[in-house]
Ligand binder design. Structure first.
Ligand SMILES: C[S@@+](CC[C@H](N)C(=O)[O-])C[C@H]1O[C@@H](n2cnc3c(N)ncnc32)[C@H](O)[C@@H]1O
Length: 239
């Protein structure tokens, strides 16, 4: 499924070369956090997503607000724009974010390969106060809040799905995948960062009874994104 790469592993190296060995149409979801000012990496991400994603699946990527226009242009060369999701971060956040000093949100671009089945969704979601700032102190300079990622991964995938994170940094996507019983394929170019991410995932415990029978996905879903079952007959222009 992961080609030469065993599933549930964090591979050290340049994903732009290594991902060539990932089989076509083998991935259920891409969820990643590239280096924001490398627009060429978003272009590579979209091209790769168009190849490795299964039909009618999604590619989700965090972005930098000042570079939103360029980022969207790069992604839409190979994928179809679907929407933008906003993670509202209650509590104080690191000052270096945003001209205002205390930017309380971060945005996630949602592109489709084909078309993920349409469902009603909420495009703003919230996580526990202060978690983003804490994650950045503990896991990686640019670490994401695992609670926020759990909401997104819970909403966009099912247990057993394969999630590809090309730019994994501190390994937040792999750690959340382990908790939520998703499979993952992750890459990190910096060896020391990759080692730290692997150690973190090794220390991450899966939920006691699994997400499918302890109700976790039920608690995640309402704040997460879906509000109902898949719909048919979307009005033109609606996501
Ligand atoms: C913004 S950070 C990701 C942080 C992550 N969201 C977390 O929660 O820890 C992006 C990461 O991508 C890695 N990276 C950049 N270019 C890469 C490449 N070509 N291949 C693999 N990893 C790369 C960087 O070393 C960095 O750790």
């Amino acid at each position: 499924m992961g080609g030469p790469y065993p599933l549930d592993s964090i591979i050290t190296g340049d994903v732009r070369q290594l991902a060539q060995a990932i089989p076509d149409a083998s991935i259920d979801l891409i969820f990643t956090d590239p280096v924001y000012d490398r627009i060429e990496d978003y272009r590579w991400l979209a091209e790769t997503a168009a190849r490795v994603l299964k039909p009618d699946t999604a590619c989700l990527a965090w972005y930098s607000t000042p570079l939103l226009f360029e980022t969207m242009q790069a992604l839409r060369e190979s994928l179809t724009y679907r929407w933008q999701l906003i993670h509202y971060k209650p509590g104080r956040v690191k000052e270096k974010f945003g001209a205002a000093g205390y930017c309380k949100y971060e945005g996630l671009l949602w592109y489709d390969k084909g078309r993920l089945p349409r469902r009603k969704f909420m495009d703003v979601f919230q996580s526990m106060p202060f978690q983003s700032a804490i994650a950045m102190c503990i896991n990686h300079e640019w670490a994401k809040d695992p609670d926020a990622l759990a909401k997104v991964i819970g909403a966009f995938s099912h247990p057993g799905d394969v999630i590809f994170d090309p730019f994994t940094g501190g390994g937040t996507v792999p750690a959340v995948c382990k908790i939520l019983e998703r499979r993952y394929l992750a890459f990190e170019i910096d060896p020391a960062t990759a080692d730290k991410a692997r150690a973190r995932v090794a220390d991450t415990l899966p939920l006691l009874d699994g997400p499918s029978n302890n109700g976790f996905h039920l608690t995640a879903a309402p704040v997460g994104l879906w509000d109902g079952e898949p719909e048919s007959g979307a009005a033109a222009g609606e996501p």
